[in-house]
Design a protein around this ligand. Structure first.
Ligand code: 5MM
Length: 343
């Protein structure tokens, strides 16, 4: 595969394909395993992810890239094959989460800034050697209207860190996934859809201004934003058509056409809604960038449940993963239909 940043980014948003976010840190995967009563051991984490990466049809046809956690990029499958090799053989690009998590922002109670810039140049060089050709950094912005959140300081600090991360990635020959997530399921999550629109627009404008300041080549990034949705606890929820329309409007107003692709996070949406929203946007007509998925929960939930930590359930779990990957692959082309969900 070509090593040019532009080509890697194009491959990550190839038509009808999207990214599997399997970069849960050890604490997050524990929460997922707790739901299925499975112990959070290194072997179980390996077995679960090996099950996903060996889902041949899903990986070959619908998954363009996989975001890994530091432990996973170093792990070998039960037969000794490096997990990175399984991903490559399936024709997908291996990627790596390089942020060190969202930490409290000093002086701004309730807000966080994502850390991990110290030593990042050296870590990226090692990840490149281990096979990563893209990376991910997630900034987290919470809306809490009663507390006046988010602050402009929080948005600015996170956008600056995202841009410094992106510049370091490109220097290392690695495509940065730039992920500023406005939470839909934060501590209060009672905001309406218009507030999500305003905060997302503000955040994306700030992020692209910082990317410009840091001389980041937009053709060599993938943006991973939230969709425009009301908070999970908002009294009025939005119709899928409204989510699609406002998300497109917000992205058109903020994301330059030089960006090759936008791969959404699912953020706590149900599996099917995350698919429907993506489908409606792609069905709306021609767009300046590719629009696809980079889902964690919305791609994995059904497979995780079907697996339940038991080797005898691997085939059922792979079938569940294939179904969601296929539905989202269709949505990325605007060709999904509700009837296919039950087919
Ligand atoms: C897979 O989850 C990632 C976060 O893991 P940690 O919280 O343990 O760092 C997360 O960044 C994910 O890649 C994105 O938020 C998209 O996942 P969802 O589940 O929102 O689609």
């Amino acid at each position: 595969m070509s090593e040019r940043l532009e080509d890697i980014a194009e491959a990550m948003v190839a038509t009808g394909q999207g990214i599997l976010a399997a970069d849960e840190s050890t604490g997050t995967i524990k929460k997922r395993f707790d739901q299925i009563g499975t112990e959070n051991t290194e072997d179980n984490r390996r077995d679960y992810r090996e099950m996903l990466f060996r889902s041949t049809e899903a990986m070959n046809y619908y998954i363009s890239g996989v975001i890994l956690f530091d432990e996973t990029i170093r792990q070998k499958a039960a037969d000794g094959t490096p997990l990175v090799e399984l991903i490559r053989k399936a024709g997908a690009v291996p990627g790596i989460k390089v942020d060190k998590g969202a930490k409290p922002l000093a002086g701004f109670p309730g807000e966080t800034v994502t850390e991990g810039l110290d030593g990042l140049r050296e870590r990226l060089a090692e990840y490149y050697e281990l096979g990563a050709r893209f990376a991910k950094w997630r900034a987290v912005i919470d809306i809490s209207e009663d507390d006046g959140l988010p602050s402009s300081t929080c948005i600015q600090a996170n956008a600056h860190a995202l841009a410094r991360y992106a510049a370091l990635c490109q220097e290392a020959g690695i495509v940065p996934i730039v992920e500023p997530e406005i939470l839909m399921d934060g501590p209060t999550a009672a905001h309406d859809i218009e507030t999500c629109y305003e905060v997302t627009e503000w955040t994306l404008n700030t992020v692209f201004s910082e990317l410009f300041q840091m001389d980041v080549m937009l053709e060599g990034i993938v943006l991973k934003p939230n969709m425009i949705v009301p908070g999970k606890n908002a009294p009025i929820q939005a119709a899928p058509e409204e989510v699609a329309e406002l998300t497109l409007r917000c992205l058109k107003a903020t994301v330059p056409a030089a960006v090759p692709g936008i791969a959404f996070l699912s953020g706590g949406q149900s599996d099917e809604l995350a698919t429907e929203h993506l489908h409606l946007m792609n069905a709306a007509g021609s767009l300046p960038w590719k629009l696809t998925f980079s889902y964690g929960r919305a791609l994995q939930q059904a497979a995780l449940k079907a697996w339940g930590g038991k080797p005898e359930n691997v085939a059922a779990a792979q079938a569940a993963f294939l179904h969601r990957a296929k539905m989202n692959g269709l949505a990325a082309k605007g060709e999904w239909q509700k009837a296919l969900e039950s087919a």
